[in-house]
Design a protein around this ligand. Structure first.
Ligand SMILES: [Zn+2]
Length: 96
């Protein structure tokens, strides 16, 4: 949930996060209020995917190199680390 304060009557209330970047009517006076945060959604996804690429890709590449060289230990170790990073990303994205 996001906290909104009406620009007209200063009433505070909560809206679902799905309203982020959209418009909601004030429950008290009915004035349309913009829900802030559309711009930092892009920033958030950029950071999430940037961090994922930065951490996840080297792990995936190292795991593939391990598989190609027949080093099962390396492949499993870095492969599971990559899986963990992927799961963390999914949780971050779904939790937003
Ligand atoms: Zn209002």
């Amino acid at each position: 949930m996001l906290s909104i304060t009406c620009k007209q009557c200063r009433t505070g209330w909560q809206v679902p996060k799905s309203k982020k970047g959209g418009q909601v009517n004030c429950p008290s006076c009915g004035v349309v209020n913009e829900v802030a945060g559309a711009s930092d959604a892009g920033w958030f996804y950029g950071l999430a995917f940037g961090g994922y690429a930065l951490v996840g890709l080297p792990l995936a590449i190292t795991a593939v190199i391990g598989i190609l060289n027949g080093e099962a230990g390396t492949a499993v170790c870095f492969g599971s680390a990559f899986a963990v990073v992927t799961i963390v990303l999914l949780f971050v994205l779904l939790g937003s």
